[in-house]
Design a protein around this ligand. Sequence first.
Ligand SMILES: Cc1ccc(O)c(S)c1
Ligand SMILES: [Zn+2]
Length: 253
Amino acid sequence: MMHPMWQGPLVAPGGNRQSPIDIRVRKSVFDPHLKPLTPDYDPRTCSQIWNNGYSFLVEYDDTTDKSTLKGGPLEDNFRLCQFHFHWGESNAWGSEHTVDRRLFPAELHMVHWNSDKYSRFEEAVMEENGLAVIGVFLKIGKRHEGLQKLVDVLPAVRHKDSVVEFTRFDPACLLPTNIDDYWTYAGSLTTPPLTEAVTWIIMKQHIEVSHEQLAVFRSLLFTSAEEEVQKSMVNNFRVQQSLQGRTVRSSFT
Ligand SMILES: Cc1ccc(O)c(S)c1
Ligand SMILES: [Zn+2]
């Protein structure tokens, strides 16, 4: 198996709730108190898309509670600030989380921060109940019509630090039809600063994208336009971390 381009620290110093992890289905614990998840997104808060040198981020205006996530394992209201993906150089790997060691070609992360307790993302990212990230696995199959608007603009952010305006994109179109079945556990960001601030909500149902759509992800570059050697943006996933005694809960039996 190929090693990801970005190795980073295998375990953050002193970390005991690092991400990603392998979700052992038979070891997850059904929690009947988990509520349905209630995402409520306003496409008008979509603002831009940029290549940050790790992935491409679709960013949302998070100065008000217009695009929010509540329910599920969450006690508070969380604001959507961005979504991004992790993927491989081949369809054989690319996701960060696995399900009984099964790898997917890519994984979507929808990042939200706790607007009941904190006033901005930068503050929340340092707090243990600061973030909620929805993870959705991608499989190769039929073309995802909603994703295509995003795929069409990726060539404009091919290089690190490039940014373009991107508006009126409803992130709900990237969620699977069933969002009631999910796993949830306490973890971390999977890229620096690796802070242990994330309540992870990993969808059981995947979404499908076409091989051609994922190939456009792979046409992006880790490197800026000025750099001599250009490096394809692939394998931007972190290696799996030990569970360290954590329990993964499921919303379904
Ligand atoms: C806030 C944030 C940034 C990058 C990431 O991969 C994740 S998982 C979360
Ligand atoms: Zn991520």
